[in-house]
Ligand binder design. Structure first.
Ligand SMILES: CC[C@H](C(=O)O)C(=O)SCCNC(=O)CCNC(=O)[C@H](O)C(C)(C)COP(=O)(O)OP(=O)(O)OC[C@H]1O[C@@H](n2cnc3c(N)ncnc32)[C@H](O)[C@@H]1OP(=O)(O)O
Ligand SMILES: [Co+2]
Length: 145
């Protein structure tokens, strides 16, 4: 299976506005999108970019806060009340092929393949099967890079 670049670091936070201020004022990041809700995923999302040097592409941090107690990040924040690194997301050229690959090597896929925050199909692989890192796999947006 051909793994692409790391698309974003998912960062769960209790207060997304405070996190945006931190990334803008302390880290010099730019806010890519205004926070938006993804009720089907139970999270409020905001992408911030750290600047790249000499025109290199920077890195993307996906700030996530829970929309309800039922949110998948609620349990994580109960254990990490200040917030913390929640997942990492890698791109692949073909999400179905990637899903078949991870299932084939015995990794637990969490739920159905669905549309993620970039508007392309995603799925998650259980952290316990991925060296402790909740791993999101997303199909590379068409025309990207
Ligand atoms: C809007 C989409 C957007 C995008 O980029 O497109 C997103 O990224 S949305 C991100 C939020 N959605 C998800 O995270 C969906 C996948 N997550 C899940 O299915 C659950 O969160 C799950 C199964 C990872 C954990 O569920 P839950 O918290 O209910 O279970 P436990 O607390 O019992 O945890 C089991 C075990 O796993 C450890 N754990 C939990 N979360 C993480 C994590 N983020 N990273 C690493 N490890 C994690 C937890 O500590 C437990 O370990 P144990 O040793 O048994 O205590
Ligand atoms: Co994500």
């Amino acid at each position: 299976m051909k793994l692409g670049r790391m698309n974003h670091l998912g960062y769960a936070v209790p207060d997304i506005d405070a996190a945006i201020t931190h990334y803008k004022e302390v880290m010099g990041a730019s806010v890519v999108t205004e926070p938006f809700d993804m009720p089907e995923q139970g999270v409020k999302v905001c992408f911030v970019h750290t600047p790249g040097e000499n025109g290199t592409e920077g890195t993307q941090v996906e700030l996530l806060s829970p929309l309800s107690e039922a949110s998948p990040v609620t349990g994580f924040l109960a254990k990490n009340p200040l917030g913390g690194q929640h997942h990492v997301c890698f791109e692949v050229p073909d999400i179905a092929e990637a899903r078949e690959y991870f299932e084939g090597v015995g990794k637990r896929i969490l739920g159905p393949t669905r549309i993620g925050a970039h508007g392309t199909p995603i799925f998650f692989v259980h952290p316990k099967d991925m060296m402790g890192m909740l791993t999101e796999i997303m199909e590379t947006p068409k025309g990207a890079h």
